[in-house]
Design a protein around this ligand. Sequence first.
Ligand code: ZN
Length: 125
Amino acid sequence: MKVADMRPFRKVLEQLRSRLRGDVSTMADTALGTGGTRDHGRSSTKRVHMDDLGSEAFNQEFTLLLMENEEDTLQMVDEALARIRHKTFGSCVECSGIITKKRLEALPYAPTCIRCAEKLEKKSW
Ligand SMILES: [Zn+2]
């Protein structure tokens, strides 16, 4: 992938990383919106409101994945940013094949192409 093509992904990933690393209480406030009771505090910290990220790259599937496992997601985001620094972003870490833009738009931190992802998934089952 060309460096210029990586730029929008880097932006998305950086936003995502600061979200994941950021002040959890701020995230909770955003998710709770206004007028909500704050008594539930901690149990609501997992609710991340994605709308204000303002990127069409974030689709429903991605939001769900993010909420399922923030720690893993953060690590994958970090690794994706490292791949951008090394200009290998967009190449599959397994087979060095091309990860399609469509896949990256849905899952900007995807480390593998769809074929390897399927293979890996089968292995772990
Ligand atoms: Zn692959």
